[in-house]
Design a protein around this ligand. Structure first.
Ligand SMILES: O[C@@H]1[C@@H](O)[C@H](O[C@@H]2CO[C@@H](O[C@@H]3CO[C@@H](O)[C@H](O)[C@H]3O)[C@H](O)[C@H]2O)OC[C@H]1O
Length: 387
């Protein structure tokens, strides 16, 4: 039975799109377990997760030979969804020990990437990591209960979210959310956003679980992000830019590159929108948007996926992560109700994990798509917690 919280309706149900298409629950379950085994415990040329001696482990970005808060927090989300506490704790311990700052302008934030021995490669954070850490930690607290530091998961999650909103109020630094617009920034210092960082479905939950005094902010942030995505996604193609201003227009070129186009970061927008729809049914535009995006990719071969202008004009340059893009296009089927929904899910089902050097980002998105489309990407709340 759905219940209502100021416009967001927690569905309490998780569709298994693959079963709806005729695959047995058993086949879907064993496929999911196979993906877990390959990515976490498979051969060295397949796996992403690596346990270290002692009590730590990391996810490697195989394309860049480093560990990123993105992949570390994704790994924690995969682990908590599938009830794998040992892997979760190792990833968290590595993140906490090597990546989190103890002082200064980034206190309680995480260096966005480090080498595989834990040496920070650059101090700045990437806010998509912080929000995934916080959500995964809250889910861990609900599934397994809080333990001694650093496994006091809910305490750790609140500490991260406190920094995200209040950094700079009593010392150096900047918050990760813009206080005026309530939109997440690309990095704490930037006056613009990254559409793929917007996770209103997480903010609805932060509004229940974060520090009491910040709960209203998170509720408003959920609404602000939903509205923002309308402005960031092209009205005809559904494509969004890598980085976008707070009014949704593509952000100007940056010293480290020109990100006004649909490329690797932006794939995730489709998946995020679909999960928000599945969890909260708050914004019917998400259904139209998902149909629109799938219509844009309908006639395109995965092997011919490219970088695109937002109006859909292709670059010569191929997509760096075509399997990742297929995964998020398929994830959109959780929200889409158009003629392409089943076809994209079917195509993903019939596509294997990516192999080779660049497999990390593709296979992370692939894992999310399988979790979501099989009904295994779920909300876990502490006992007595209600939506
Ligand atoms: O300038 C950095 C900025 O690059 C960093 O962004 C993080 C890394 O990139 C994003 O994901 C990548 C997508 O492309 C694939 O090829 C990579 O493997 C992925 O890691 C990720 O979303 C960002 O967190 O953020 C900090 C800035 O200072």
């Amino acid at each position: 039975m759905a219940n209502s919280r100021q416009g967001a309706f927690f569905t309490g149900e998780y569709r298994n799109v693959f079963s709806e298409m005729g695959y047995s629950e058993e086949a879907v379950g064993s496929r999911l377990e196979e993906i877990w085994q390959e990515l976490f415990h498979g051969s060295p040329d397949v796996r992403l997760y690596h346990p270290m001696d002692g009590d730590k482990g990391y996810m490697v970005d195989t394309g860049n030979d480093d560990a990123r808060t993105e992949g570390m927090s994704y790994g924690m989300m995969f682990a908590v969804q599938l009830d794998k506490k040992d892997e979760f704790d190792r990833l968290w311990n590595f993140s906490k020990t090597f990546m989190q700052h103890r002082e200064g302008r980034y206190k309680d934030y995480f260096a966005w990437h480090c080498s595989l021995d834990g040496t920070k490669l650059s101090p700045g954070p990437a806010p998509d990591g912080e929000e995934f850490y916080a959500m995964a930690l809250f889910f861990a607290s609900a599934r397994w209960g809080d333990g001694p530091e650093p496994y006091d998961y809910s305490v750790q999650a609140r500490q991260i979210l406190r920094a995200c909103l209040h950094q700079g109020e009593e010392g150096p630094g900047d918050p990760m959310w813009d206080p005026a617009t309530k939109l997440i920034k690309f990095v704490p210092e930037s006056p613009f956003s990254d559409p793929s960082y917007h996770l209103p479905h997480f903010y609805e939950l932060f509004a229940l679980l974060a520090d009491e005094e910040d709960r209203l902010f998170w509720k408003e942030a959920a609404a602000a992000s939903r509205a923002y995505l309308h402005t960031a996604c092209h009205p005809a193609t559904g494509l969004s830019a890598e980085y976008a201003n707070f009014d949704g227009t593509p952000a100007p070129p940056q010293p480290h590159g020109d990100y006004r186009y649909f490329y690797s970061d932006a794939y995730r927008v489709a998946g995020n929108i679909a999960v928000d729809w599945e969890w909260f049914r708050a914004d019917p535009w998400q259904v139209e948007q998902s149909n629109r995006l799938q219509a844009f990719f309908r006639d395109k071969e995965v092997s011919d996926y490219r970088r695109y202008h937002l109006d859909g004009t292709p670059f010569e340059e191929p997509a760096l992560h075509p399997i990742g893009l297929l995964a998020t296009n398929a994830m959109a089927s959780l929200a889409a109700d158009g003629p392409d929904a089943a076809a994209f899910a079917e195509l993903l089902w019939n596509t294997p994990l990516r192999t080779g050097k660049r497999r990390y980002y593709d296979n992370c998105l692939y894992f999310f798509a399988f979790l979501a489309l099989s009904g295994h990407y779920r909300i876990y709340l502490p006992e007595g917690g209600r939506l």
